[in-house]
Ligand binder design. Structure first.
Ligand code: NAP
Length: 222
């Protein structure tokens, strides 16, 4: 049975990833921050682990809980939008928090779990078009944009460093999706975005490793 580790699996796209992978027969190991928030994940067929991805002690505890478990895919989904990030109003602590959760935590999780990857060996991160220089025509969102741009570089760097171990990486762009973060006006539902991203992960080739790929399969410019 293929096994996937998904961060931020209690709601939004993380929960939808858990639902879809579990429905396809995968063993789903999902993380939640709040121990009381695991019910939907559990009902979706996932195993619930508690982990704030920005807390090194909790990541170490997760690693210990999953010792010896072979993973086919590590899906780094957990993320925050942040606050106070318009020009002239950028809050330093809020900025650093977004960087810690969206960019540094995925790297530390990759470091923690790379040696447990077996089978297809994919590390995928949910990034965003907002991290792409090529797509920035509206400005603003300094912390979120900077953190997703940093995440894209982390995934590209991991692709280089982990290639000798046969590990492929990808930064996924889900589009604008109706979740708590995306809001009610987003054009895409989570089921569609997640189905598309799962297809990208399943079809990932060596030559794609490190790329930023949209949920519809198109490769995006940085
Ligand atoms: N929705 C969009 O349109 C959109 C577009 C592009 C990219 N994305 C990216 O897609 C990913 C999922 O977003 P979403 O739209 O599904 O958002 P969401 O509904 O707000 O869900 C975010 C998830 O991340 C978890 N999380 C946040 N901080 C965490 C931390 N420090 N440690 C562990 N888990 C943490 C949340 O847990 P709690 O419930 O404990 O807060 C929640 O499970 C994010 O990386 C986001 O940046 C979203």
């Amino acid at each position: 049975m293929p096994t996937i580790l998904i961060t931020g699996a209690n709601r939004g796209m993380g929960l939808e990833f858990a639902r879809q992978y579990a429905a396809e027969g995968w063993r789903v190991l999902g993380t939640v921050r709040d121990p009381m928030a695991g019910r939907a994940l559990s009902e979706a067929g996932g195993e619930v682990y508690v982990c704030d991805v920005a807390d090194p002690a909790q990541v170490a505890r997760l690693k210990a809980s999953l010792a010896g478990v072979g993973l086919d895919v590590v899906l780094l989904n957990a993320g925050i939008y942040g606050e106070k990030q318009d020009f002239g109003d950028v809050d330093a602590a809020a900025f650093m928090r977004v960087m810690a959760v969206n960019a540094l935590a995925p790297l530390k999780l990759a470091e923690a779990f790379a040696d447990q990857l077996a089978g297809p060996k994919v590390i995928a991160a949910v990034s965003s078009m907002m991290g792409a220089m090529s797509d920035n025509t509206s400005g603003g969102s300094y912390a979120y944009r900077a953190a997703k741009a940093a995440l894209n570089m982390v995934m590209k760097n991991l692709a280089v460093d982990l290639a000798p171990r046969g590990i492929l990486t990808v930064a996924l762009s889900p589009g604008w999706v109706r979740t708590d973060m995306g809001g009610p006006n987003a054009p895409l539902d989570a089921a569609t975005a997640v189905a598309g991203m799962r297809k990208v992960v399943a079809g990932l080739r060596v030559e794609d490793s490190g790329a930023l790929i949209h949920y519809d399969g198109s490769r995006l410019a940085w």
